[in-house]
Write a protein that binds this ligand. Sequence first.
Ligand code: DMJ
Length: 456
Amino acid sequence: MKHAWDGYTRYAWGYNELRPISKEPHYGSVFHGEKMGATIVDGIDTLFIMGMHDKYMAARNWIEQNLDFASFNGELSVFETNIRFVGGLLSIYALTKDQMFLAKAVQCAQKLLPAFDTPSGIPRAFVNMRTGDSRNADWTFGGAILSEFGSIHLEFAYLSYATGDPIYLEKVSRVRRTVKMATPRDDGLYNNYIDVSTGQWLTSKVHVSMGGLGDSFYEYLLKAYVQSGKRDVEALHLYNDAIRALERKLIFTSNQSRLVYFGEYVDGSVVHKMGTLACFSGGMLAMGGMHQETAELRNHYIRLGAEIARTCRESCVRANASIGPEAFVFTKAVEARAYRVDDKAYLLRPEILETYFYMWRYTHNPTYREWAWDFAQALDRYCRVEAGYSGLRNVYDPNYRNLDDVQQSFFLAEVLKYLYLIFSDDQLLSLDDWVFNTEAHPLPILKNITSTHRLH
Ligand code: DMJ
């Protein structure tokens, strides 16, 4: 964390991300050129949790003095801004009770609210911070994306709880209502695209995935139940039904190594390819197991989580860099290896470590610490450069130095935090008290919800 943070501080302070080889700001981040300090906001809770007090104070003071959403002009991704900025600010507020962070989170969330002004209440993907105009991306067939509009609940529910202002919870409750009322598919699967005008799933394009475009929708159903102190039972039912449908249709076991994996469903066909983004699901399935009614179901989902962890670990073992690729295929000839050039990259993503973290907490099987330690060593061997950490363009490259020159903000928010927690005592951010948002920002479980702060 010190190495990643020092490089960012020296060469990109206040900008969103660092190019650790060029030693300059990375303007191509998801937040573009706007000087919004994404790495500061995404990384500040990690600094705090690790007890890096001076760096935490520098981050805190930058946020207080410079993070002013009223001064930004550009367009924001509602999803990315929510999980990184609103989630990051709420998390550090929850950890420190410093009201300044809550005020900044409110200011940020208010900029996102106009995106929810659609006939269905499903937010559009992008919102202009100055005008409030919103739009969906050009490539989403006119729809909004499941993982994006489905990953707002935790942050908005906590915002309403912390401020006493019901508006945020109303927005996500409306999203939930629309999802429930949309005509379901016969097979129980959720399409990754919905029409924000009609509130119906797109029929012109069907894509179902546990990885990108679907992923955190499922995660937030389960975690909404957890966050509510187990009161939001509807969320658990929706989660259980969705997972059962995915298990029936999209879980497969490979022929040679008996690796269990998630395939994807695209316009009527199954594609036997799993993205590293879907590797988070091992941890989620195990967490879901902890909330099942019978021991049989509990064990089933913890075992399934362990199988997904093993598959994702194999994607690392089978790469020269000991770090898994962006996506890997299963064919008669090849298992858990990337095929397309673009799929061979490693973008400093956290999902495999996220699953090791939950599996470690739920099972205390030392294997997960060993696998995490291998991962940490590989990061230091292949991704560490003079001014920070860089992603890899090809994890199969035997020369290892094919670097992409980007230090993603989620490397600090997620990769380093999960690694730290895997080797810490369980009482540090106990899963009985905290629920992590999809960017690894811990939010408190709301055990004492009063009637004015009702979650549902
Ligand atoms: C992060 O922003 C979040 O983990 C999100 O849920 C998925 N993508 C990145 C990390 O890979």
